[in-house]
Design a binder for this molecule. Sequence first.
Ligand SMILES: Cc1cc2nc3c(=O)[nH]c(=O)nc-3n(C[C@H](O)[C@H](O)[C@H](O)COP(=O)(O)O)c2cc1C
Length: 397
Amino acid sequence: MSRLDRCLSIPDLEREARRILPRCVEGYVCGGTEDGASLAASTAAFGQIGFLPRGLRVVEQRSSQVEVFGQRYALPVGFAPTGFAAIVMEECDLALARAAKDANIPFIISGASSVPLERLQAETGNHCWYQAYLPGDTDRIGRLLARLQAAHIDVLVVTIDTCVGANRENLQRLAFTVPFKLSASVMLDGLLHPRWTFDVFLRTLRGSGVPRFANLYEEIGPPITQDPPNGFRGGRDRLSWEHIRWIRARWPGKLILKGVMHPEDARLAHAAGADGVIVSSHGGRQLDGCVAPLQALPGVVAAVPAGFPVMLDGGVRRGTDALKAIALGARMVFTGRPQLYGAAVGGAHGIRKVVDIFRNEIATDMALLGCATLAEITPDLVVPQAPACSRPSGGTP
Ligand SMILES: Cc1cc2nc3c(=O)[nH]c(=O)nc-3n(C[C@H](O)[C@H](O)[C@H](O)COP(=O)(O)O)c2cc1C
């Protein structure tokens, strides 16, 4: 039985991925900022909500389909944007996009990804959404929008929680930097993890070369070992609601803001003409001490008109987590780390396994909850429960 076959759940995949990945890569993927409080809160919050299931409801014919922005997707789970995924698997962005297309779930290309977005779109029949890390500079934003339109991107996701780089103490300890530097300790780390060194590092160098900042701005940028023009984070601290209104006036596609936690920001997003929001604390990788996205969700839902798509990411590791978020008003959820764990353990097969796990868990758990459709998952089916029931998080290595 392969390592992948032995994994029955996302926590199993996480455990296995942590064994395979060098410590610095594990720290980048699994870690959070400062004390890891936001990271721990995001998973623990799902344990602080419990179900009140209904019985004797006919659930023979179940559908987990969800409609978002005029598209019908097979599952209420999509792949959140994850930058530098190439350090987990060669051309990981491509494998993620293909798996999402085949499973008919949304995939959001990260602004910090390495396979050109034009290729991802061509390989998936224009299936992808795009996430932008925007500088507060309308000229540069305008040139990026032109590239996205030429590539037939219909959904633009603007991340609003990264105005500056966060305090990633764990990465400093592990000598992991952006741009990527091959320090002596990183090399030793690689030598101690030969499977990763052969399957990811050397295969990538031989196959596609050093990954690049392919999708940050209007053109393909330098290798991830060099700073892109204007710096990786240049000018993001000038981005404001003015820029969102400027984009709205020019961007014909759907516009989503990611990283909305405060109800007032949700209201402003709606007023600025956004088509939806993603409640997110960036997987606990930005401001430490944020409440869990699941805890922020009801306030955001209450601040916008009924039917306005509110989505969520952060700590979703089980089908039941997705169902709890939906009960509290989320249209759907996204995952960040789970598909990277799948990629680390089993490459493209591992990513597909992640989707299979969520599909199977959701199908079973909907039946056990007494719901044949997502619309039947209503707030009365969940109640708060004692923190003692909260699930431990993976923690910051
Ligand atoms: C390795 C990694 C890279 C990420 N890169 C990005 C990114 O480029 N853009 C972005 O908006 N969010 C990024 N995120 C945050 C995710 O989109 C998402 O908000 C978060 O991972 C959800 O939490 P989860 O990992 O617990 O599912 C990244 C997260 C991880 C784990």
